[in-house]
Write a protein that binds this ligand. Structure first.
Ligand code: PEP
Ligand code: MN
Length: 297
């Protein structure tokens, strides 16, 4: 019997046995290790996914691809199909959606960098899968079970972002839907949760780093941390990225833009190339000194 103010929000030993047969670790050293496009997850490398919030134009994405690859990113990120909080901007960027996927494909071929991009609707699965090495399921769709199932069935590697209001229990429940289809290349991503205090009037979320060790106690799945979406504020991206690596994260997602103040979406959070270069070196030092893991080769 629980005496919990929020019943059902924590994970019980019975949950681990009954509700998460596929996510749960079989023993304390059970961690999934797998490759995506030649990059190992869950092993000695901590992959970094970097790029703009939105694939704004072909010129932008080619410039970012070339620079983040040179600096050491393992994946290029960028939303072509984006869940935007207000419909007005969404209309403005309607034409860039399919085009965005095409431009990501050009960047991938030209700079030999694998791609992670978001999928919001099953009807675009074939289009997006043609270019993406990892399908990103965004926070808002974490519990869109038909979408999870369709993406899982495609066999493509998937990164499942945590909904900002969800417990670890519900996040792993969603992950279970993907594993249930036999798709084992699944990565979790913590991207900030809604709490009463976000520490700054424009902030929206708070990075839940405690979930990294908590998740690793229960599941073998690798877990990526996205400090950009969580902090929503550039000056906090450095400390929280370093803390994410120190917490044991298996990967880092960062928004990188050549001219962050003029990013079409969320201009408060991206970092520029120089900032990214300095940060990735520091993250590599921390990863290596604490865990003997590497970010840069
Ligand atoms: C994103 O990564 O571009 C994004 C929309 O993230 P989230 O789903 O975490 O808000
Ligand atoms: Mn974003």
């Amino acid at each position: 019997m629980h005496d919990n103010k929020f019943p059902g929000k924590d994970i019980t030993p019975d949950d681990i046995k009954n509700k998460f047969p596929l996510c749960a670790k079989k023993n304390k050293d059970d961690y999934s290790i797998f490759e995506v496009a030649g990059v190992e997850f869950g092993g000695n490398t901590i992959p970094v996914m970097a790029g703009p919030n939105m694939v704004e134009s072909k010129e932008l994405i080619l410039d970012v691809a070339s620079n983040v690859k040179k600096i050491g990113a393992h994946f290029l990120r960028g939303g072509a199909f984006k869940p935007l909080s207000f419909p007005y901007r969404s209309q403005k960027f309607n034409e860039t959606r399919e085009k965005g996927i095409e431009w990501l494909g050009i960047a991938k071929n030209e700079f030999k960098i694998p791609i992670i991009t978001e999928i919001m609707e099953e009807r675009y699965l074939d289009l997006i899968s043609g270019v993406a090495d990892i399908l990103q399921i965004g926070s808002r769709n974490m519990q869109n079970y038909p979408l999870l199932t369709a993406c899982a069935k495609s066999g493509k590697p998937i990164m499942l972002k945590r909904h900002y209001g969800s417990s670890l229990r519900d996040w792993l429940g969603a992950a279970e839907y993907i594993l249930y289809e036999g798709n084992k290349k699944l990565i979790l991503c913590e991207r900030g949760v809604s709490i009463p205090h976000t520490h700054r009037s424009t902030s929206r979320f708070s990075l839940d780093l405690q979930v990294v060790p908590a998740a690793k106690e229960i599941t073998h799945l690798p877990i990526v941390v996205d400090p950009s979406h969580a902090t929503f504020w550039r000056p906090w991206v450095n400390p929280m990225s370093l803390a994410a690596v120190a917490s044991g994260a298996d990967g880092i997602m960062l928004e990188v833009h050549p001219d962050p103040e003029n990013s079409a979406v969320d201009p408060l959070q991206p970092i520029n190339y120089d900032h990214f270069d300095k940060l990735i070196k520091k993250m590599d030092t921390i990863a290596n000194s604490i865990y003997s893991r590497r970010i840069l080769n």
